[in-house]
Design a protein around this ligand. Structure first.
Ligand code: HEC
Length: 321
């Protein structure tokens, strides 16, 4: 029996140590034991010491027991058995205390003297569990009032906004470090000077032979106009560079030569060439590209009397049909 309690005590100690380590150490997502492997060592030492203490206490008790005279041993055994029997009596006692109920035999002490057609009323004390909960809620209300209405604590809304801002910052941070994960679905137009310059260098080194250094086009199409054979916009252009053009046309897939991040940079650079005027531009090929994500765009159209007018197109209106 005693061994079971030893095991329980040691397991409790382990659980407590783990909970303490997890709740007190600031480790973000990872578990404390992953972040600080030395904790395993500390835990191991703690367990060893605990087992040592349990073992020596048990040994001591054994020695004392065998040094007792036979009659004393019997008395000791009886005392131990009695203790064992009401080991859990405190649960019962606390439960009774929390209810503070009069036993049925003593109910006549608290019975009220009125009588409704034979129905009588007992004047029990309020159960302490309820009463203390009530006091606690009054104290809580006081603290709450002071914190949020007098001292201007952060409200749920403010906390929410702060957390969203933090999460945004974390996403930005993640994107900065995880650029290698970009693909044609997640790529976004890069506009930073560093990225555009990197794209420019990649373009000069790999693409200018066919597209000309200014993007005006040669073997490959003009990249500065609004017409695209394989689709405009960062996602399509990324895809074209990554997977290559139509078979046999000369635009190969670059995904084995360039990292996703580099493809995003060169694609962004290509798009930054839009509307520039190359020295010797090739005729537009493919179709006029309008960004489906853009809601309002200015499109130049030839009117019937061939004067050029600008109209504002609202794509939300067309989408609704
Ligand atoms: C060997 C010549 C050659 C090289 C080198 C080359 N391209 Fe091309 N590129 C082409 C041809 C040809 C096409 C047209 C493909 C088609 O019609 O399917 C094209 C198409 C494209 C398109 C699509 C244009 C459209 O109208 O849809 C983009 C974007 C593009 N290239 C970017 C690049 C980039 C960026 C590089 C460098 C990493 C590059 N190309 C290197 C020949 C080349």
């Amino acid at each position: 029996m005693r061994k079971i309690y030893s095991v329980l005590r040691i397991s409790g100690l382990i659980a407590l140590a783990v909970i303490l380590a997890e709740t007190t150490l600031e480790t973000g997502e990872a578990s404390s034991f992953e972040k600080y492997p030395v904790l395993w060592l500390i835990l191991g030492v703690v367990i060893l010491i605990a087992i040592g203490i349990e073992a020596s206490v048990a040994a001591l008790q054994n020695t004392l027991y065998y040094s007792l005279k036979p009659e004393a041993r019997v008395r000791y055994d009886e005392a131990m058995a009695a203790r064992e029997q009401d080991r859990f009596s405190w649960i019962r006692k606390t439960y009774d205390k929390l209810l503070d109920k009069k036993p049925i035999e003593k109910e006549d002490e608290i019975i009220l003297d009125h009588n409704y057609d034979g129905i009588k009323e007992l004047d029990n004390n309020l159960p302490p569990w309820w009463l203390y909960g009530f006091y606690a809620s009054i104290i809580f209300a006081g603290i709450y009032l002071a914190r949020y209405h007098i001292f201007d604590g952060t409200s749920q809304r403010e906390e929410y906004l702060m957390e969203v801002a933090e999460a945004r910052a974390a996403v930005e941070e993640y994107k900065k470090n995880a650029r290698g994960l970009i693909d044609a679905n997640t790529v976004e137009l890069l506009t930073g000077e560093e990225d555009i310059n990197a794209g420019k260098a990649i373009f000069a080194g790999n693409c200018a032979a066919c597209h000309k250094i200014d993007g005006g086009g040669g073997i490959g199409p003009n990249l500065t106009d609004s017409y695209w054979i394989l689709g405009g916009g960062i996602k399509n252009v990324f895809n074209t560079i990554s997977e290559g053009g139509r078979a046999g046309k000369g635009m190969v897939s670059w995904k084995t030569d360039l990292k996703p991040e580099e493809i995003a940079q060169v694609a962004s650079y290509v798009l930054s060439l839009h509307s520039t005027t190359p020295a010797d531009p090739k005729e537009p090929e493919g179709e006029l590209w309008v960004d489906p994500d853009a809601r309002i765009d200015e499109v130049e159209v030839e009117s019937e009397d061939s004067t050029s007018v600008k109209i504002e197109m609202d794509y939300t209106a067309t989408e609704a049909n």
